[in-house]
Every structure is written in C-alpha cells, then in structure tokens.
Design a protein. Structure first.
Length: 295
C-alpha cells in the first residue's frame, strides 16, 4: 500500500505485531497535540503522543482517484488536552490532522495512514467527535474568477494587496462594554467616520479569547456611544477590558476602493459590466444607447 516502508511491511507480515495508532493535531494558531491508543506515551517527529487521553478512531476509508477520504476521531474532553471551551470557540476548525500506524517497540517503523483536516466537531456527554476530511476535500471548492461588478478579493489578501495595518485603517483598544459577546460599546470613540468598520473585522488580542475573530455587521453611533455589532456572538471570552483590533471594512464597490482605500489598481471586480436592464434595452433616437463606453 502507498507510503508503507519495507520495514513496516516486514513487521506487519511477521505475524506478531506491536502496532498502535498515533494522531497529531496542529491548530491554525500553531498549538499542537499528540495522542495515542497505546498504554504508554510515545514520541517522534518532534511530537509527544499522550497515552492517557482515551482518543480512539473509527475505521478509515481510503480510495484511489479524487474521492474524499473520511474517518472520525473520538475522545474524552479533558482540561489537559482538548477542552470544551476550545471546541466551543472553534479553535480546532480546519486544524491539520495526521494519523499513523506505529510499531510502539520501534517508532521509526511507522506508516502515515491519513493526513487531512478536522471538519465538523461536536461534543456530547463529556466527549468529542471530530470528523476528519482527507486532502482531496479541498478539490470540492470552486476555483477561478467570477465576472461581477463587486470586487471578489478579501481586503488585505494577495489579490487585494492592501496593507490593513496602514495607519488610519485599524484601531487597537480596550473594550468598555459588551452585550451578549456580540455588541461592543465605547463612549467618545469618534476617531473614525461612522460605518468605517462596517463589513470589517474584529480580532481579540488579549485574554482567554486571544486569536479569535469575528466579522462586523454594523458600526454606528447611539448618542455618545460608538456601537460595533458582530454578525455572530464571539465564540469565546469577550469582556470589558479585553484588547481588540478593529479593521476597516470594505463593501466591494469600485467607488469605495477608490475613495476609501485608493487601491483601484488591484480592484478585482468588473465595474463596467452591463446589467440585465442594459441587455434588454433597444436603440431609441432619444436615448444615448450608441454602443460606446458607458463611463
């Protein structure tokens, strides 16, 4: 089978094996976990695999071609390993997962059986269930340009190329008041125009929620208060005194790209694309429908 060394095949064919399973999880923030179903801890590739976590795995389905390989990992929630708070905060979404069959008597004899990402993760009864998705899962997403008037880039990505850390386009400050982990209020915070952060991003920079972020739904003034509302409640601790970063929002329009960001050279939309009304119009003597440029 693919990826199996001669030493591993010889050990598997010996009739008396000392094999166990090991899993390594690497979150997007770089935090790494190691687990094994062996009764003693193991270590290889710079990862320490804990034995007392009780992590187990369902049967792994693998196939040739471009079909998606999937499996599931099950385990007990523990403050020393994967916590309920981390799952609730979504810290394991999209984390890299590697799974080996390992000769626990000689860990150099091993087979990397699975490599992919964590998909849906749910918890119940003091345990968690993590869906594991193979590398071919990424081939299910559409690729290529879309012809539309609004910009298709995300502010600050490699297509947009705008530096969101530019002075005047972000602010780092402590939260004064929070309502339901979704609405944040500041008194007298008027350094930016109203709706400057609408469609922008809020990043948590301190406390237990460090590394979490959310998208801004609305940015308005109510009396003397500046009110920033998120689309969803923050999936982690967000309280008064927490330091956050607010980044300006982009509404994807050509006019905003020019006036707000001065970045039209990287605009990824098609502002002159005719709409449906233009397509069904017919020539009239009194109309400027000449076939020339519309700008």
């Amino acid at each position: 089978m693919s990826g199996q060394s001669t030493a591993f095949l010889d050990h598997a064919a010996s009739g008396l094996t000392t094999l166990c399973r090991c899993w390594a999880i690497t979150r997007a923030d770089g935090v790494e976990y190691g687990f094994t179903d062996h009764d003693l801890p193991l270590a290889f590739e710079g990862v320490a695999f804990k034995a007392e976590t009780g992590l187990t795995a369902a049967a792994l389905t693998q196939s040739t071609g471009l079909s998606v390989d999937n499996t599931e990992a099950l385990g007990a929630l523990s403050d020393a390993s994967i916590t309920e708070a981390d799952i609730e905060a979504g810290r394991f979404e999209g984390a890299e997962m590697r799974a080996w069959l390992v000769n626990w008597a000689d860990v150099s004899v091993r087979w990397l059986q699975f490599r992919g990402t964590i998909g849906e993760m749910r918890r119940a009864g003091g345990a968690f269930h993590a869906e594991l998705r193979g590398l071919t899962e990424a081939l299910n997403r559409p690729l290529g340009r879309i012809y539309q008037k609004p910009c298709t880039a995300v502010l600050g990505d490699k297509s947009c190329r705008f530096d969101t850390k530019t002075s005047g386009y972000f602010s780092e400050l402590e939260v004064e008041r929070v309502e339901g982990r979704r609405i944040l209020r500041w008194e007298g915070f008027a350094d930016f125009d109203v709706q400057w952060f609408q469609r922008g991003r809020l990043d948590v920079l301190s406390g237990d929620g460090t590394g979490l972020w959310g998208m801004v739904k609305d940015d308005r003034f109510i009396g003397k208060d500046r009110v920033v509302e998120l689309w969803e409640p923050m999936r982690g601790v967000l309280e008064a005194g927490t330091v956050v970063r607010l980044t300006a929002g982009c509404d994807k329009r050509f006019e905003s790209c020019s006036a707000k960001f001065d970045n039209v050279v990287n605009f990824q939309g098609f502002p002159d694309l005719p709409g449906e009304d233009w397509m069904v119009r017919y020539p009239k003597r009194a109309d400027a429908n000449t076939g020339g440029s519309r700008r």
